[in-house]
Design a binder for this molecule. Structure first.
Ligand SMILES: *[C@@H]1O[C@H](CO)[C@@H](O)[C@H](O)[C@H]1NC(C)=O
Ligand SMILES: *[C@@H]1O[C@H](CO)[C@@H](O)[C@H](O)[C@H]1NC(C)=O
Ligand SMILES: *[C@@H]1O[C@H](CO)[C@@H](O)[C@H](O)[C@H]1NC(C)=O
Ligand SMILES: *[C@@H]1O[C@H](CO)[C@@H](O)[C@H](O)[C@H]1NC(C)=O
Length: 337
């Protein structure tokens, strides 16, 4: 009996706890980040669990400065910042028209009543201008060496950003550092040159996050820049043109590869990409192609060999005639037997 009473008391006590929590005022809607362009309008909305006053403070390196306490703005803000409605409410919309650099900071919004308090912070990021490429390699780069790719952007306040250097629509994996100095952010990427970057257009891209990870403004630098990369000869291939009795060697590289064709005994028979099989090289022979270029005073080579047999005489028509004659000879021999 006593136990049951105790249980009931505990039950009632926890019910009371829930009731007081519900009746306590809370901020259920507040943006974690807001983003606006200088000169445009900034809107910040708050939703409260009940009608109550709200207080906004500016957080700036541990010093809090009062912006607003229902129903008044402090002097510094009252001419430029507005709030709707002006009295106590469960929703507030703060508006700043013609937003300025000085409006970029973190806001701490607080609601208090007799038995509770709640607070939420909102980071304001203000941007201006385009994303600009300020440094990229003007000279020819060498494969496997690093180069700097630097972009700039004007941003004030407290922001969350992501910076990428792009080649066509592919993100170039790179090491990036971001430096903030008084409204100017420098985005410095250190990139390792690869052969497939040669002659490709590069640009930079910046994501400026609003509320949430999928919600951002995307900035792309204008006028992509082309990068030149010297690279070793690669991708050697030999094609056969049976009709013309030709072998065609191909490879890529920067500088453009040069070629050497060799017979099995080592004699160079052509320094062109194409090798015309001569009549005197009858039968099945091995032909070796070497493609080469010079990068940083070093000669790079790639070699590939093919077997090719040239028929007794060049044209396929005479081949057919030869075949007919061959069968005739067999036929004649059979008859003679
Ligand atoms: C708001 O400003 C009015 C007029 O200056 C003043 O009378 C009132 O006390 C202020 N309210 C608060 C909460 O500071
Ligand atoms: C915001 O203000 C409340 C009330 O003054 C305080 O308890 C809280 O620590 C503040 N938040 C920050 C991040 O300064
Ligand atoms: C960019 O970053 C690289 C690598 O961290 C560094 O070596 C270089 O000095 C930086 N360049 C500038 C202009 O900050
Ligand atoms: C190598 O072989 C080719 C074709 O058979 C011939 O023309 C050439 O004289 C040979 N060179 C040497 C050094 O034997």
């Amino acid at each position: 009996m006593d136990r049951n009473i105790n249980k009931k008391v505990i039950y009632i006590f926890s019910m009371l706890n829930i009731v007081t929590q519900i009746s306590g005022v809370q901020i259920y809607q507040a943006p974690s980040r807001v983003v606006a362009k200088l000169g445009e309008t900034l809107n910040i909305r708050y939703g409260l669990s009940k009608i109550n006053g709200i207080q906004l403070e500016r957080l700036y390196s541990d010093v809090n400065q009062l912006i607003y306490k229902t129903p008044n703005f402090t002097d510094y803000y009252k001419n430029r910042w507005q709030v709707t409605p002006s009295g106590e409410s469960s929703t507030y919309l703060f508006t700043v028209n013609n937003v300025k650099k000085i409006d970029g900071f973190i806001i701490n919004a607080t609601v208090t009543d007799d038995n509770s308090a709640d607070s939420k912070t909102t980071a304001i990021a203000l941007y201006d201008s385009d994303l600009r490429i300020v440094k990229y390699p003007l000279t020819v780069q060498v494969e496997d060496e690093k180069f700097d790719f630097i972009c700039e952007f004007n941003l004030w306040g407290s922001s969350s950003i992501n910076f990428e250097v792009m080649m066509k629509d592919r993100q170039i994996s790179s090491f990036s550092t971001i430096t903030y100095t008084d409204g100017l952010i420098t985005l410095n990427s250190s990139i390792i040159a690869t052969w497939d970057m040669n002659n490709e257009a590069f640009y930079c891209q910046l994501k400026l996050y609003k509320d949430g990870n999928d919600n951002f403004l995307l900035f792309k630098s204008k006028n992509p820049v082309k990068i030149k990369v010297e690279y070793k000869v690669r991708d050697i291939n030999i094609a056969k043109d049976i009709k013309k009795d030709e072998l065609i060697c191909s490879a890529i590289g920067n500088p453009i590869p040069k070629y050497e064709w060799r017979m099995k005994n080592g004699t160079i028979v052509s320094t062109d990409s194409k090798l015309v099989i001569k009549d005197e090289w009858q039968g099945k022979n091995d032909y070796e192609c070497t493609a080469w270029n010079i990068v940083k005073e070093k000669r790079n080579t790639l070699t590939k060999t093919v077997s090719y047999s040239k028929s007794t005489s060049g044209s396929s028509k005479t081949n057919e005639i030869n075949l007919v004659i061959f069968y005739l000879i067999i036929l004649l021999s059979v008859i003679s037997v």
